[in-house]
Design a protein around this ligand. Sequence first.
Ligand code: MN
Ligand code: MN
Length: 462
Amino acid sequence: MKPYDLIIRGGTVATASQTFKADVAIRGEAIAAVGRGLGPARREIDATGRVVVPGGVDSHTHIEQLTAAGIMNADSFETATRAAVQGGTTSVISFAAQHVGMSLAKVVDDYAALAGRGAVIDHAFHLLLADPTPDVLAREVPQLVRAGHTSLKVFMTYDRLRLDDEKLLDVLQAAKDNGALVMAHCENHGMIRWMADRLVAQGQTAPKFHAAAHMRASEPEAINRFITLARHVGQKVMIFHVSTAEGAAIVRQARGEGADVEAETCPQYLFLTGKDLDRPGNEGARYVFSPPPRERSDQEALWRALALGDLQTVSSDHAPFAFDQTGKLRNSLNPTFKQIPSGLPGLATRLPLLFDAVVSKKRFGLPEFVRWSASEPARIYGLTTKGVIAPGYDADIAIWDPKRRVTLADGPIHGLAGYTPFAGRTVTGWPETVLSRGRVILEGGEVTAQAGSGQMLLRKAG
Ligand code: MN
Ligand code: MN
C-alpha cells in the first residue's frame, strides 16, 4: 500500500465520546485511518504520553473588526489566527460586521479579502446584521446564505447595533426562510443605559461599575425575550456568552419545553469574577467586556449547565484591545467604565484554560473537552469536515502535552493586544504540535504557517 504522508503514533486519541490509544494516519489534507500499528508513512510524530485531539473550533471571535464606535480591534487576521494556533485552535468563525447603511455583500467581500491575505488557519464568517433593511433581508441574506454564510448575528444592546423586537422578528423570519442559524447578544439595552446613566450621574465611574451597569437581570430578560421571539417564528437560535445562573436557567427551561435553542459560554465567565474589575489603578480596564464577569456561584452554575448539555460550546469571544492609548486607554489613562472599549483577547488561552479545568483538574474528562472546544461548535455551525478525529475529516489536529505546566503571562502569543486577563494563572496541559489540513503549523512553540494559507469555509444552509 502507498505510504501515508504522516502518522501521529502512539498517542491517546480523544473524541467527543471516548478516549483510546491509537495512531492517526494522514494522507494529503485528510485523516486516512485511525488504529493500531498503522504504517508506513513518510513522516512520523511520536505522540507517546501525549493527547491527540481535534484542533479547536472557536466559533465566536472578532477579528480585524471595526466596532460601531469606529474603533478597530487590535488583531489582524494573521495575528489573531497565529494566537489561535498557539492555543491549539485550527478553525475560527469571526464576523462580517455590517454597520448602518452598509451593503452586507460588500462587507463579506471586504472581510473575506482581509482573511484571505492574513489567516493562517481555516475560517468562516457570521453575518452581523446591524441594519436589516428590506433589501438586505430579501436580496442579500438569501444570496449570502446560499453562498455558504449560514449564520446571522444580532445584538439586543449597544447603540448603532441593537435591533428592536420587530427587527429581531424580521431577521428570525429571514433566517427561517433561508435555512440559517441566528445567534444573539442578549442584554436588555434599556436597563443597562438607565443604570449606566445613574451611575455616571453619581460619579460612580470606575471600571468596577461596568458590572453594576450591566446588571445581571438584564441578561435573563433578554435571553427570554429572544427565545420567545424565535419560538414564535419557529426559528433555531444560539444564545451567545451566557454569563449568569439565571440566563442558563432560561435556556434550560426553553430546551426542556422543546425549543430549538443552543447556547455557549466563555472562559471569562468560568474563570473570572466581578472582583477582577476592581483591581487597583486602571487595571480593571483589562476586564471590561460584555456581559461582565459575575460571581463564583455563576461559574458553578455554568459548569453544571455545560455538564447537563444546556450549554454546548465554550468560545473565546476574542475581542482584543491593547492596554494602551491605542486601545483600552484610548480615551483616558484613567478611563471611566463608559470610556473603555469592551472586549478581551482570548484566542490563545481558551483551550489551555479549558484543558486545565476540564481534564487536568478532572472536573470532567477529555471527551467533554473535545465536545465543548471542537466537535459541538463544528456541528452547530455546519463545519462538516472539522472537529472530529476520524477517517475523512480534515487533518486538523492538536497534540497536547498533558503534563506541561505553564504560567500564563502577557506577551505576543495573545496577539497584538499583548496581554492576557488570565496572567498569573498556572495551567497544566499545553498544545505542543498543531496540524491544519495535514500541515504541521505549530512546532517547538513556533507557528510556521504562512499568512493567507488558511481557507475560507463555506457551509450548507438547512
Ligand atoms: Mn457579545
Ligand atoms: Mn462577541
